[in-house]
Design a protein around this ligand. Structure first.
Ligand SMILES: Cc1cc2nc3c(=O)[nH]c(=O)nc-3n(C[C@H](O)[C@H](O)[C@H](O)COP(=O)(O)OP(=O)(O)OC[C@H]3O[C@@H](n4cnc5c(N)ncnc54)[C@H](O)[C@@H]3O)c2cc1C
Ligand code: SF4
Length: 311
């Protein structure tokens, strides 16, 4: 069944049965359903996009507000976001392809499931830990694109979102129908989800505080293909304000705030030397499995390049 929602209240009621899934752009959800990758299959999908008042970009009292159903293409093209919240526009512009950015929403982008090939194998062939099983097949299998910072809850799949590190670097908040969550605290490792959202909880808005005077941000992504591809590693930074904020993604089960890199950069003039030192510090705690070692060098380099790109 597919139903169009008319309000958040209607979605809340529908999701309460535990057998209904929320769909926004559908660019992630439909693939998981078509391939039947999970243990449980929803009886109904309820569509968020017809709900009025969830598709907007506006600035109010020094806060950028983005409705949860706003398309990534609109975020990438928005003049205010490009100028003042640059990392977010750059991140949105690097997601997938024009068609997917035209369908995919910001709420869906930060809530998407991970891309581990065992997890995604059609017909739930690998009933791994993220589905309630006992094994992580990637741990002893092909883990070349997996975590370089170890496992969380026994899983080494990485969070693949491009906008997540930008939102964390920009110190954003995720607003739901129940609460406000710092973007940094929004991500988790659950069975099977990647967020702290409770069953039936709905993202309604993203809020980003206007960067302080002098602060600038940038996002850089390394992917195998330029046209359409998930990140091997991506990185967003905000520098020049009060304290630097640096976040990597696709390197760990949750977006990885590179605190040691921020400390290395804090109070320093930004140049090749300080940016390189921050890159080194960002991967100081990396413990990659053998096949994923190449990602350490990429992460280090992206941190350096993102810092230099921001100024
Ligand atoms: C070929 C391909 C390439 C891709 N490449 C990239 C890439 O390079 N970078 C990247 O970041 N992503 C990529 N994606 C992943 C992803 O599909 C998109 O980024 C997109 O943003 C997901 O948004 P959506 O609105 O389509 O989500 P949906 O597919 O509609 O939903 C995804 C999940 O989010 C939940 N959800 C959606 N909205 C809300 C809400 N408001 N509140 C609570 N839960 C919600 C849904 O219930 C579902 O579980 C790619 C996908 C494909 C198919
Ligand atoms: S890395 Fe995570 S998602 Fe992949 S097989 Fe292991 S437990 Fe499952």
């Amino acid at each position: 069944n597919h139903t169009n929602a008319g309000s958040i209240a209607e979605i809340r009621t529908a999701l309460a049965d535990g057998k209904t899934a929320l769909i926004a752009g559908g660019t992630d959800l439909v693939g998981t359903l078509k391939d039947n990758i999970l243990r449980d299959y929803p009886l109904t999908v309820i569509n968020l996009k017809p709900v009025p008042g969830l598709n907007y970009i506006k600035e109010e009292k020094g806060i950028l507000k983005i409705g949860a159903a706003t398309r990534l293409a609109d975020i990438a093209a928005d003049a205010t976001i490009r100028k003042s919240y640059t990392a977010l526009a750059q991140a949105a512009s690097r997601v997938a392809s024009p068609h997917i950015r035209d369908m995919g929403t910001i709420g869906g982008n930060i809530s998407q499931l991970h891309r581990c090939w065992y997890f995604r194998k059609p017909e739930n062939r690998f009933d791994c830990k993220r589905k309630g099983g006992n094994s992580c097949f990637a741990m002893t299998g092909d883990n070349r694109y997996h975590s370089i910072f170890g496992a969380t809850a026994g899983c080494i799949a990485v969070n693949p979102s491009d906008t997540a590190p930008a939102l964390i670097a920009l110190d954003a908040k995720v607003v739901t129908d129940k609460r406000e969550i710092n973007a940094e605290d929004f991500f988790d490792v659950r069975q099977p989800g990647n967020t702290v959202l409770e069953q039936g909880e709905i993202i309604t808005e993203i809020q980003v505080p206007a960067p302080l005077k002098g602060a600038k941000s940038a996002f850089i992504k390394f992917a195998l293909r330029k046209s359409i591809d998930f990140p091997i590693v991506n990185c967003a930074v905000m520098v020049g304000g009060k304290d630097p904020r640096i976040c990597l993604n696709a390197v760990a089960p949750k977006p990885y705030r590179a605190i040691k890199a921020e400390e290395a950069l804090d109070g320093k003039k930004i140049n090749e030397v300080s940016a390189s030192a921050a890159g080194e510090a960002a991967v100081a705690d990396a413990r990659p499995l053998t096949a994923a070692k190449f990602k350490v060098q990429i992460a280090k380099t992206l941190v350096k390049r993102a810092i230099l790109a921001a100024v």
